[in-house]
Ligand binder design. Structure first.
Ligand code: SAH
Length: 239
């Protein structure tokens, strides 16, 4: 078992507790019990470590490749360097959103991507002709990664720091790959950014939280028009 912790006082306390607990297991004669090994890694090392797992992938009409690969394909290509932001396409929730984007006519449609992360969904929408495309994220690292990735893909995405409440105007498509705990409170704000007749696509919902999300959007005046489930993850299309 490996765990990654920010190396601060709280982490040192946790490590001490783990060591004590393991010591007690030994005292009970429960063995063999391994040693707790600690290693400090720098953020840069962490970046390199996961890069090894991110190869080119196909999702719907999209071909997503990391900036350090030169693989080519006939599909709409998205070149990504997520940095420390979330959104490589490897996660089922990102995949579900890309599939939804791939199935829609986006040409000339306005799109808002709330929690843009690496910018992957906003870039995908822009590549399929959506405009204007706006991406927001509360994490400054994501804002930077998404801005750089949009430039790398030669598409126009307006990336801003903040959330749905910090954006003006209305969008024909609002996509938000967030967790249920975030989607529930922001439901009214997502609704407020939606043009009449538009669709909100939400993902990142674990199956057991689905009803709570449906209820929150129902209270905001939106009903389920489509649904997808992959593993434990649910995507809802709301109108
Ligand atoms: N859209 C990408 C990334 C999703 S991860 C993809 O589909 O792969 C979710 C992102 O939402 C993270 O980058 C996180 O920083 C951001 N986030 C979390 N809470 C938020 C909020 N209330 N408003 C906007 N962004 C938020």
């Amino acid at each position: 078992m490996k765990a990654y912790l920010v190396y601060d006082h709280a982490a040192r306390v946790k490590v001490r507790r783990v060591k004590e607990a393991i010591g007690r297991l030994r005292a009970f004669g429960l063995g063999p019990v391994g040693e707790v090994a600690l290693r400090r890694i720098r953020d840069e090392d962490w970046l390199e470590a996961w890069k090894a797992q991110f190869g080119p992938i196909r999702i719907g009409p999209f071909f997503i490749r990391p900036s350090w690969s030169d693989a080519a394909a006939a599909e709409t290509t998205i070149v990504l360097d997520p940095g420390m932001a979330f959104g490589t396409g490897l996660h089922p929730t990102t995949r579900q959103c890309l599939e939804a984007l791939g199935e829609r006519t986006l040409k000339g449609r306005s799109v808002l991507d709330v929690g843009t992360g690496s910018g992957i969904l906003a870039i995908a929408a822009a590549k399929r002709g959506a405009r204007p495309v706006v991406g927001v994220d509360t994490d400054p690292l994501a804002v930077r990664a998404a801005t750089e990735n949009a430039a790398r893909n030669d598409v126009r995405v307006d990336v801003r720091a903040g959330s749905a409440a910090d954006v003006e105007g209305r969008y024909e498509l609002v996509v938000a790959n967030l967790v249920a705990e975030v989607l529930v409170p922001v439901a009214p704000e997502l609704r407020a950014r939606l043009a009449s007749g538009g669709t909100v696509i939400v993902a990142g919902i674990v199956a057991e939280k689905e009803q709570g999300v449906i209820d929150a959007f129902a209270a905001a005046g939106l009903a389920v028009a489509g649904r997808d489930q992959q593993d434990d993850w649910v995507r809802l299309d709301l109108r």
